[in-house]
Design a protein around this ligand. Structure first.
Ligand code: GTP
Length: 596
């Protein structure tokens, strides 16, 4: 295809601002799908994504469009909307020359959209500002057009107004894409270079790699090389999606399509890597490649210990499709055999957990998520801690924690609430900008551990749900952090150890000891529950002793009832865990670990 008729673009939008609806409407207007096939939205493919309304995996669709009798090819590249997947967003943007900035005309721009807009601007994309849902009675396009014009410096009249639902303005938007998004530039006779912006595991075809061709050409049956990993494969098939896969004779400059190489694991076809040919390899890879870095860790344990092999198998399978997922086995006194799993962020964690429970039928318990700490001990060794149990004993010289820059957008009446919360979470104000008279962007430099813990939930509740949050990793700081252990009868219960700031250690200790006192049944002897920093006890509760006599409840009489009770007790015993000499029902651990 002649690159001059190609337009590559993506849609940057907040969750629920109507990206999928608009994308579907475009597919319909360009006759890529007939309206009667429109029940399912095409760009979201996984169930969980659809239910949560979050587009996780980016894909691409090719649409023909005519302007003034000239045929064009529009490639729409889907971008994930959530902060956990910022790297995937950056690669999708890098595959485009233009971006539609889609904003709900009744809501205005939100923090994650702003972050993605800035990223699109850094990639020099042509921005097409669009207000969506203008059919809504609550829509206020004039007001939000002004907000957008302040942000990106366009005339408010140049902000397009559309409705994905009624279709109003959508054809004009397609025309605008053709007229303002630059055609791709690239060298036709240079060695091939294609950037991978997504790769997906398919049960039937193996890994499907989505690429944007930059230079040269890739053809079926050619030998290819992944420049970052050095791996070499034979190309089995190339093609485009419109909306179904259409195999072709190859991909040339500016084109967006897919490659199939027969590899079985997405980690062999990494997002951001450059594909070249084995015979005429390019000298330099396309910039911007990096490995996904897990930032949040949590222990995942099967509630039923015999599910452990099934959990391992399920994690192996999920990893085929998720290069950012990492895990290793771990054991816990309280929870038995499980895995320490690394995630990009909390949403990533939730999605993985939900898929394990839903698609693999596993009942799981997860320990409180934590970040990575660098702990320097007295003799100068630095220990990387992804699990409180790895926190070194003895004297600690220094603990370094990861930091994040958080961007919050709220109505200005909530500035005080946001500042109060952020300061209580050890945040430092970085700056504040008014988007309009009523809405403000506030930036805080804040420990990642606090964000991962409960910052977003609290932010939402203290701003009546109006705040939107975006964050990115931003350096680290030395802080007065300690490990708090929870002890039963003098024995540490590993699953409850936590790394917290010294100022918050006491409240954590009190909360956990009193929770456990409620949850653990009385034993034959008195059981102290303690919270400790090293050998220093900071909180204590007691479970008083009782004489366990189940049968006394039966008032003599009915034999079958007695037997039933005994059987029940026996069954309960199977699920007991021994911590030292203390018998604890596993349910107590699970209840204590679940956040309220
Ligand atoms: P994610 O997939 O989570 O990113 O959401 P999305 O941005 O793709 O939103 P989606 O298209 O699923 O739309 C969100 C909600 O807004 C749905 O209930 C849609 O029916 C509704 N919606 C989308 N576009 C319009 C529109 O133009 N007008 C009205 N009234 N509602 C719309």
């Amino acid at each position: 295809t002649d690159p001059s008729v190609i337009r590559n673009f993506c849609i940057v939008a907040h969750i629920d601002h109507g990206k999928s609806t608009l994308a579907d409407r475009m597919l319909q207007n360009t006759n890529v799908v007939a309206s009667r096939d429109m029940q399912n939205q095409f760009l979201d493919s996984m169930d969980i994504e659809r239910e949560r309304g979050i587009t996780i995996k980016s894909q691409a669709v090719r649409m023909p469009w005519q302007v003034d009798g000239q045929d064009y090819i529009l490639n729409m590249i889907d971008t994930p909307g959530h902060v956990d997947f910022a790297y995937e967003v950056s690669r999708s943007l890098a595959a485009c020359e233009g971006a539609i900035l889609l904003v709900d005309a009744a809501q205005g721009i939100e923090a994650q959209t702003l972050a993605n807009l800035y990223m699109a601007m850094e990639h020099d994309l042509e921005i097409i500002p669009v207000l969506n849902k203008i059919d809504l009675p609550a829509a206020d396009p004039e007001r939000y057009a002004l907000e957008i014009s302040n942000l990106i410096g366009v005339d408010p009249d140049d902000v397009l107004k559309v409705s994905g639902k009624t279709g109003e303005g959508v054809e004009a938007l397609l025309d605008r894409v053709v007229s303002v998004v630059p055609a791709p530039s690239g060298t036709v006779d240079a060695p091939a270079r294609a950037m991978i912006f997504d790769s997906i595991y398919d049960t039937y075809r193996g890994v499907i790699t989505y690429v944007r061709m930059v230079d040269g050409k890739l053809s079926p049956r050619e030998g290819i090389r992944m420049m970052a990993t050095g791996a070499e494969y034979e190309l089995q098939e190339t093609g485009v999606y419109s909306p179904d896969a259409i195999p072709g004779k190859g991909l040339g400059v500016g084109e967006v399509g897919y490659l199939i190489t027969g590899v079985k694991d997405v980690s062999e076809s990494k997002v951001g890597d450059t594909v070249t040919t084995k015979n005429h390899p390019a000298e330099e890879a396309i910039g911007g490649y990096s490995e996904p870095q897990p930032m949040v860790f949590s222990g995942l344990y099967p509630i039923d210990g015999s599910d452990y092999p099934a959990l391992r198998e399920a994690l192996e399978k999920l990893q085929l499709n998720d290069a950012a997922l990492s895990y290793e086995p771990e054991t816990s006194v309280a929870l038995g055999f499980g895995f320490r799993v690394g995630f990009l962020g909390l949403l990533h964690l939730e999605i993985v957990r939900e898929r394990l429970e839903r698609e693999y039928n596993l009942d799981l318990i997860s320990t409180a998520p934590n970040v990575i700490y660098n702990v320097t001990t007295e003799d100068g060794t630095v220990v990387r801690v992804t699990n409180p149990s790895e926190f070194p004993e003895g004297k600690i010289m220094e603990v370094e924690e990861p930091m994040a820059m958080a961007t919050i957008i709220v109505p200005s009446e909530f500035i005080g609430a946001v500042m109060e919360l952020s300061q209580s979470k050890r945040g430092q104000l970085d700056g504040m900008d008014y988007l309009s008279e009523e809405r403000v962007e506030i930036r805080y430099w804040i420990p990642l551990a606090e964000i991962v813990f409960d910052y977003f939930d609290l932010l939402k509740s203290r701003t009546k749900g109006y705040a939107s949050l975006n964050w990115q990793r931003d350096g680290s700081q030395v802080a007065d952090l300690v490990k708090v252990d929870i002890l039963l009868q003098g024995d540490t219960v590993d699953a409850f150890s936590a790394i917290t700031h010294r100022d918050h250690a006491y409240s954590y200790g009190v909360k956990m000891t009193s929770k456990l006192k409620e949850l653990i049944p009385r034993q034959q002897f008195e059981v102290p529950i303690q919270a400790a920093i090293g050998s220093r006890i900071i909180a204590r509760e007691n479970i008083r002793a009782i004489r366990k006599d189940v049968l006394s409840k039966c008032y003599g009489g009915d034999i079958s009832r007695k037997r039933k009770l005994l059987e029940k007790q026996k069954e309960g015993k199977k699920r007991m865990k021994m911590v030292g000499t203390v018998e604890v029902p596993q349910e107590a651990f699970i209840a204590a670990l679940s956040t309220d």
